[in-house]
Design a protein around this ligand. Structure first.
Ligand SMILES: [Zn+2]
Length: 421
């Protein structure tokens, strides 16, 4: 009896492992290391890649063969700056920033759509930089548990921001809550609260600037940024510091942030320091194109749209200078609301800033993985890496538009999550 049960279990296990082995035949495989394998076959076992075989290599017995020979494989991409919980239904006709109270089920439905639209762009991993009430933690855990399809999420909880007067009567300013910090002594506790609540990453808002506001005035000093960096590192976490302006950007670099988000007009010395220390610039050029293009939805004036456009040009110019100075650049969309589905349009700006399509693709693959400290599991098509694979139509190394608009099929962790063939 015992032997019988054991035998049955073994048969079942063997069956599962056979069913889980897939051979993906592509026209070409861009491995994300500079190597391109013509007619490559990616062997996937469970959620991982086991190898990239040549077209005439023998396939594992019983492998399920998927014919993608009309397409080129690229690694699943990483969007290093999202806000997946920012949900809005364009059909509601409401102002996205001032929405009336909605049913939790409706908000959740829209957040799932954000996740799905992100997968459809070939993004299989995001770093989500700021959410309320740890909904980002819940989304990450739900996606990991298979409750609904979405990218793997690395989340930050509440971004640290300076609490500003006027304070409510009776407001307790002696301790930090929801990421709001009243003075430097509270910064370590604010960092710890995010980690205790499940954050993978720390986010600090080091300047003004959001939506139509492109002011970029520093809100945390160098000393305060350094306190946040030290607290994050003491807990084994990385930290992204937001600054629209160059002063906050410079102080974030001096303080040793892992990545610096958005800034324009970084001076040459700061760019040189970033290159030397390996501090990664996430420019998020395209999100101001988005705000300007959808100004009617946001109720922005023509003057506000013009300010967004001016900021975007300075952002592009800073990206060009950073790239020339040898600074590592990451692709972050800063997507909110109905920008999900446009996550990778940032790559077109990177090519305009002087990158080759291969360099632009690296910002969303190998450099994205470096931002997350996941260089050994994400951002490449190679043995031992997660089977995050995107099929695009055309040559992504000749034309970046192939990556942006040519996504036909997406696998995440060995499961097909998008199929538009
Ligand atoms: Zn953001």
């Amino acid at each position: 009896m015992r032997t019988l049960v054991l035998a049955a279990t073994l048969v079942a296990a063997a069956h599962v492992s056979l069913a889980q082995t897939k051979a993906l035949r592509f026209g070409a495989v861009v491995e994300g290391t500079g190597r391109v394998v013509a007619n490559g076959v990616i062997i996937v076992d469970g959620d991982k890649i086991t190898r990239v075989a040549g077209p005439r290599d023998p396939l594992p017995a019983g492998a399920t063969v998927i014919d993608l020979t009309r397409y080129t494989a690229i690694p699943g991409m990483i969007d290093a700056h999202t806000h997946m919980t920012y949900a809005w239904d364009p059909a509601s006709g409401t102002d996205p920033w001032r929405q009336p109270q909605r049913a939790p089920a409706e908000v959740s439905r829209l957040q799932r759509l954000n996740a799905l639209h992100t997968l459809e762009t070939g993004v299989t991993t995001v770093r989500d930089l700021g959410a309320s009430n740890y909904v980002d933690v819940a989304m990450r855990d739900s996606i990991n548990a298979g409750a609904y399809p979405g990218p793997r999420m690395f989340v930050a909880g509440s971004g640290l921001q300076r609490a500003r007067p006027p304070f409510r009567a009776g407001q307790d300013t002696t301790r930090t809550a929801r990421g709001r910090v009243y003075n430097i002594s509270q910064i370590p506790e604010a960092v710890k609260q995010q980690v205790d609540n499940g954050a993978d990453y720390i986010k600090m808002y080091g300047s003004s600037g959001s939506g139509a506001d492109v002011t970029g005035n520093e809100t945390f000093s160098y000393e305060e940024m350094k306190a946040a960096v030290d607290a994050a590192k003491a807990l084994g976490k990385r930290i992204a510091i937001h600054s629209y302006g160059p002063v906050g950007g410079r102080d974030a670099v001096r303080a040793g942030a892992t990545t610096v988000e958005h800034p324009i007009d970084l001076d040459d010395a700061t760019l040189a320091e970033m290159a030397r220390r390996g501090i990664i610039y996430v420019p998020t050029v395209d999100h101001n194109r988005y705000y300007s293009e959808y100004k009617a939805d946001f109720r922005y004036t023509d003057q506000q749209a013009a300010a967004l456009d001016s900021f975007r040009l300075l952002n592009l110019e800073t990206t060009r200078r950073a790239n020339k100075a040898g600074v590592k650049i990451g692709m972050g969309s800063d997507a909110v609301f109905h920008m999900f589905g446009q996550n990778t349009r940032e790559l077109a700006w990177f090519v305009k800033a002087g990158m080759t399509p291969a360099q632009a693709l690296a910002t969303a693959t190998t450099i994205g993985a470096e931002i997350l400290g996941a260089e050994k599991t994400l951002g490449r098509i190679a043995p031992g890496y997660f089977a995050d694979i995107v099929a695009v139509q055309g040559d992504p190394l000749a034309n970046i538009d192939v990556v942006i608009n040519g996504v036909k099929w997406v696998m995440k962790g060995g499961t097909v999550v998008v199929d538009k063939r």
